[in-house]
Ligand binder design. Structure first.
Ligand code: ADP
Length: 763
């Protein structure tokens, strides 16, 4: 058992008063025995009465029935001892001045005291009521008093003979009862504070010693008698110490402990009286509301909890309930000043007591404010996200699956079933249920794609497959998912994904694919037709122009001027037709007779084109600049040459008569993986309205008399560029010049977008 924290200084102080008093008593006893007896006995009486008052008035706080029992027992003991003192030999209060009556009363008092001490330990663990605690010693005291008054009580002292056998026997019996009391107390020592135990045991021992002393004397003034009274004085002093310590000192220690415990509570905790005012607040409250505890005490709770409420505590359901003594349910409040949300709990301290209206704790309420801001925010976050997810899933008509890969159990969202016409919740929550609905022709593919992802070979699971609808038809599903949890060995534990019904898109895709297949087929037929037609037309045309030339040569002399002109026009027409046919043939051959793509340095193709155009350039006195080096592209070499040749050729052909002809071939910024080539001239330029038209086959902006041509050149360029996956655009301003920009895939997508230095190629 841990000893009670009583300091030695405090321990020694306890003894100063009784020892002094004891010493004075001893001194008095030798000179004035009666005075000594009165003082000593009255002291015991006072102690007994004080104990009773202290115990009964603090009982509601201590709720200690052991002390209650002792207090009531000592009250009755003190009463008998008071009568004993008054009846003492020499006091002359009662008639007949013999020592028998006071000795009988002495025995009666000791019996009540011993029985009280022996029975008190029972109430360490057992409850009793004040009525019972008061009545039992009362009956014992009054019973004995009646027996003495009636003369039925055995004699305790006979004048001349001294103490009777009854008196001595009774004292021994009392000592035995006291020994039993000490034993009982010792066996229940765990239930008592160590100091209190020591004090009570000391008191029992002193009482027993005093009893033994009283068995010895013959004359009432004998030394044994004096010693007995001094011992009794100490016995009472010790019991007084024990009870006062427990009832008065200990509660303050408990209170001090409670106060520090109270401050250790991390949540703001307040004690509120029935009238709704703060009686006590812990440190957390002061910190939370930045108000000292002293300022909080006395404030209405309503003002603290609802500082902005214009209605006041009367309209507040919590404050009204506190005032009415009704239970207050816990509630959540948002505090406008701290900006926090609290879960406020109200716990009633005890039942409403009308007999103690000034006791603020009785019927009061403990109010605890638990900050739930973070929890509320987290809950709001989860709720908002769940709502958004549901919204996204519903709006996107997405079905959600959440699969425990190890057990095979799956959560299917209702949309997953309803999008296929099934009742929500009708699918067995297992992956097998879904697998059975997958089209038999798609199953192997789905398994393979899924297996790749489960084994970590792909970052995502994504495949399109068919799933059977409730009506037996097949829906196309875009099935996407991801493993979200793996064990240490990398085995998939959980995967989550979505189903999207893509049947309509799939049907549109199929229709589109079918259309483009047909288009390609018809394009091929047309190309074939153009090729065959132009090829086969060449032969009869050659015959026509051949014979026309023959007519002119042989019969030219015989024809009149008009005849000769007709023949000339016919020859000219057939020549033009031959060129048209040859251009058409070239156009039709772009895709059918094209060569394999290879890495072609664009500079070489440009130089070859410029060389081919040598005579035309010389005639126009044109200056051509080809930037060097031009990037290497993946292209059909001959076709790339043709592109440069047509564009540079046009730049020469559509030159402005009043300006020197300057042509540049260079590069421009291009999308990644592509090179952009620009062919610029200082020619007549093109109106913006014609930008698109000029790439159409046979489209010409000028008459034959102005500029020779077939209107096929740019169409050929566009077709070649597009065959390579590139595109062609144009910038131009009439009277200033034009720039044709076309892109081609780079041979090796290298990061070298730097503009190459210009290199002049002589005309
Ligand atoms: P063609 O030159 O045989 O007429 P193209 O298809 O090469 O046919 O050109 C179509 C039309 O575009 C030309 O008739 C001409 O009006 C215009 N054009 C082409 N290149 C240029 C250019 N560099 N400057 C001005 N106009 C041009």
């Amino acid at each position: 058992m841990v000893p009670a924290p009583v300091s030695s200084a405090q321990g020694s102080r306890i003894w100063v008063l009784p020892l002094t008093l004891g010493a004075v008593l001893v001194a008095v006893s030798f000179t004035a025995f009666l005075t000594f007896h009165v003082v000593a006995e009255l002291f015991a009486c006072v102690v007994g009465l004080v104990l009773f008052v202290v115990v009964t008035s603090t009982r509601r706080l201590t709720r200690n029935d052991f002390l209650l029992w002792l207090g009531c027992g000592y009250f009755w003991t003190a009463l008998i001892d008071l009568v004993h003192t008054l009846a003492y030999k020499g006091m002359h209060v009662f008639p007949g001045d013999d020592a028998n009556l006071p000795t009988q009363l002495w025995i009666a008092g000791r019996i009540v005291q011993a029985v009280t001490l022996a029975t008190a330990p029972l109430f360490l663990s057992r409850p009793t009521t004040p009525v019972v605690a008061f009545a039992v010693p009362a009956v014992l005291a009054a019973g004995q008093g009646a027996l003495i008054a009636l003369g039925w009580y055995p004699d305790a002292y006979r004048e001349g003979l001294g103490l009777t056998a009854f008196k001595i026997g009774a004292e021994y019996a009392i000592v035995a009862v006291l020994a039993a009391a000490a034993l009982l107390l010792w066996r229940r020592r765990e239930m008592l504070d160590a100091t209190v135990l020591r004090l009570v045991l000391g008191s029992i021992a002193a009482t027993a010693a005093s009893e033994l002393a009283f068995t010895l004397y013959v004359d009432v003034t004998a030394v044994a008698n004096i010693a007995g009274h001094i011992l009794k004085f100490f016995a009472f002093w010790l019991i007084f110490e024990a009870i006062v310590r427990t009832t008065l000192t200990e509660p303050f220690r408990v209170l001090a402990r409670a106060a520090s415990t109270y401050d250790a509570i991390p949540d703001p905790t307040l004690l509120v009286s029935r009238d709704g005012r703060i009686v006590q607040a812990n440190r957390a409250t002061a910190d939370e509301f930045h108000t000292p505890v002293a300022h909080l005490v006395g404030q209405p709770l309503h003002a603290l909890l609802h500082p902005m409420d214009p209605v006041g505590p009367n309209g507040c359901p919590d404050c009204s309930a506190i005032a009415a003594g009704l239970p207050v349910p816990q509630r959540e409040i948002f505090h406008p000043l701290t900006g926090r949300t609290y879960l406020v709990t109200f716990t009633r301290v005890g039942p409403q007591r009308n007999d103690a209206p000034d006791d603020l704790t009785e019927g009061g309420t403990i109010v605890v404010l638990h900050d739930v801001t973070a929890r509320r925010r987290a809950e709001d976050w989860v709720r908002t996200h769940a709502e958004r997810l549901t919204m996204a899933l519903d709006n996107g008509e997405l079905g959600l699956w959440d699969w425990n890969v190890q057990t095979g159990s799956v959560y299917f969202s209702p949309t997953m079933e309803t999008m296929l016409g099934y009742e929500p919740g009708s699918w067995e929550c297992h992956v097998d249920a879904w697998e059975r609905l997958v089209h038999p022709d798609d199953r192997a593919m789905v398994q393979a794609v899924l297996g790749d992802h489960l084994e970590g070979r792909t970052p995502l699971y994504e495949c399109e497959h068919r799933v059977r609808r409730v009506d037996g038809t097949w829906a196309w599903i875009l099935d996407k998912g991801k493993v979200v949890d793996r064990d240490e060995a990398g085995r998939a534990l959980r995967a989550v994904g979505t189903h999207t019904d893509i049947t309509v898109r799939k049907q549109q895709q199929q229709a589109l694919a079918e259309k483009s297949r047909r288009l390609e087929e018809s394009n091929r037929d047309l190309e074939q037709f153009a090729y065959v037609a132009s090829h086969d037309l060449q032969e009869p045309l050659r015959m026509v122009s051949g014979y026309l030339s023959l007519v002119r040569r042989r019969y030219g002399e015989r024809l009149d001027d008009q005849g000769r002109e007709f023949v000339n026009l016919a020859v000219e027409g057939s020549t033009r037709m031959a060129r048209l046919i040859s251009d058409l043939l070239e156009y039709s051959r772009i895709s059918t007779r094209g060569q394999e793509f290879e890495a072609v340095p664009a500079g070489e193709a440009g130089a070859a084109a410029v060389e081919n155009l040598g005579p035309a350039l010389a005639e126009a006195d044109a200056e051509v600049t080809v930037a060097a080096p031009l990037p290497t592209v993946r292209a059909d070499r001959a076709q790339l040459e043709r592109v440069f040749q047509n564009l540079v050729g046009n730049a020469i052909k559509y030159r402005a008569a009043d300006r020197p002809v300057r042509i540049t071939v260079g590069t421009e910024p291009a999308p990644p993986g592509f090179a952009a080539f620009a062919v610029s001239d200082t020619g007549i330029g093109i109106a913006a309205a014609d930008f698109d038209r000029i790439f159409q086959i046979f489209t010409r902006l000028h008459g034959r008399t102005e500029y020779e041509g077939t209107g096929i050149g740019l169409a050929v360029v566009k077709r070649i560029v597009e065959r390579h996956g590139g595109s062609i655009t144009l910038r131009s301003e009439p009277g200033v010049g034009s720039t044709f920009v076309f892109t081609l895939p780079l041979a090796e997508p290298a990061a070298s977008p730097e503009q190459p230095a210009a290199d002049r190629v002589p005309a």
